[in-house]
Design a protein around this ligand. Structure first.
Ligand code: 13P
Length: 339
């Protein structure tokens, strides 16, 4: 686990999340005019994983169970799709939660499932080459009732149980408590809820005896709801996010990788950059990215299911990777978007 952490948190690299559930992946394929079939999901994911320069800026990829188990004929031999990542020098991670269900008695709130039978599944993933795992719990926000304490505590408890099982199996757990962007709430409300959620998560992690030194936290940035009037500046997001993380995340945690949550690629890069451009921001943890949408868009649209577009789609992916690597050094500017 120490070797895995070292490889994932190496300065100047982040993670590529490409572990969308079958349903979510299909929605994104359909939106790009692509047939939602297992073959197309595999072709798209092989395109991402087969990007030769991926390892320049990506230390690990988070896969869905389907991708880890798929094999493809690469013209010479049947290879596992996941092998393409290892060929690019990238570690393999696996989403192990089974998605969200309604939390009974709390309309509109969700709890993440998948603890039953998780220990043997983790052993199987390790045997298939995975070195780290991911579990995501989500909280929606309004000004008063949501998230409920029940929602916060149920998700925090599940995240801690998952993290303990991962460490027992020798897999580094990525602990992902996400405050969703949907709604018109303010940046201050997002900060309040994020601090409460992270506080509960770390309390549960300690209660379950999880080694904080052997996990990675994957939180949301602190930003205003996407349906409100407010457009946060990158500096405001960086200040609120750092304040929130400093208050809530113990220094024993080696790394924090932020999710993008529905921000555009350039928005996520400029906010990540601002986090690394704050003067005197000596931080106790490594801070990097683990984006799905903010890295994959617009590669998917450019590809559009056409083999002839593979090179252009890979170039679009690498453009976003390089923008975020520049952001980790505080060197991202809007000019980078138009080289
Ligand atoms: P986004 O960056 O698109 O939010 O996805 C991150 C992720 O891994 C969601 O679980």
């Amino acid at each position: 686990m120490i070797d895995t952490l070292r490889a994932l948190l190496v300065p100047g690299k982040g993670l590529l999340a490409m572990d969308e559930s079958v349903g979510t992946c299909n929605q994104r394929l359909v939106a790009a005019g692509i047939a939602p079939t297992p073959e197309m999901r595999q072709a798209y994911r092989a395109l991402l994983l087969g990007t030769p320069q991926l390892g320049e800026g990506i230390g690990g990829v988070i896969l869905h169970d389907e991708t880890l188990r798929q094999s493809l004929d690469n013209g010479r031999a049947m290879v596992s799709t996941a092998q393409l990542a290892q060929d690019a020098g990238v570690l393999i991670g696996i989403k192990v939660d089974l998605g969200t269900q309604e939390l009974p008695g709390h309309a509109g709130e969700k709890v993440t499932e998948g603890l039953d039978g998780l220990a043997p599944r983790l052993q199987a993933y390790r045997a298939l080459g995975a070195r780290f795992a991911k579990w995501r719990g989500v909280c929606s926000v309004d000004d008063l009732a949501r998230p409920s304490l029940a929602c916060i505590e149920a998700n925090a408890h599940a995240l801690a149980r998952y993290a303990g099982l991962c460490q027992a199996a020798g897999l580094v757990p990525i602990v992902e408590p996400e405050v969703l962007m949907a709604g018109p709430h303010s940046l201050a409300r997002c900060q309040q809820v994020t601090e409460a959620l992270l506080g509960s998560v770390f309390s549960q992690l300690q209660r379950q005896g999880v080694a904080l030194e052997l996990l990675i936290l994957k939180p949301n940035m602190v930003i205003s709801g996407q349906d409100g009037p407010q457009q946060d500046s990158a500096a405001e997001v960086a200040r609120a996010t750092l304040q929130c993380l400093r208050r809530a995340v113990p220094a024993a945690v080696p790394g924090i990788v932020l999710l993008s949550g529905g921000q555009s690629g350039p928005q996520a890069s400029s906010r990540l950059n601002a986090l690394h451009a704050v003067p005197d921001a000596s931080l106790p943890w490594a801070v990097s990215f683990s984006f799905a949408r903010a890295l994959q868009h617009p590669a998917l649209e450019i590809w559009a299911g056409q083999a002839s577009q593979q090179g252009a789609a890979r170039a679009a992916l690498m453009h976003r990777v390089r923008c975020n690597v520049a952001a980790l050094r505080g060197r991202y500017t809007a000019e980078l978007e138009n080289p």
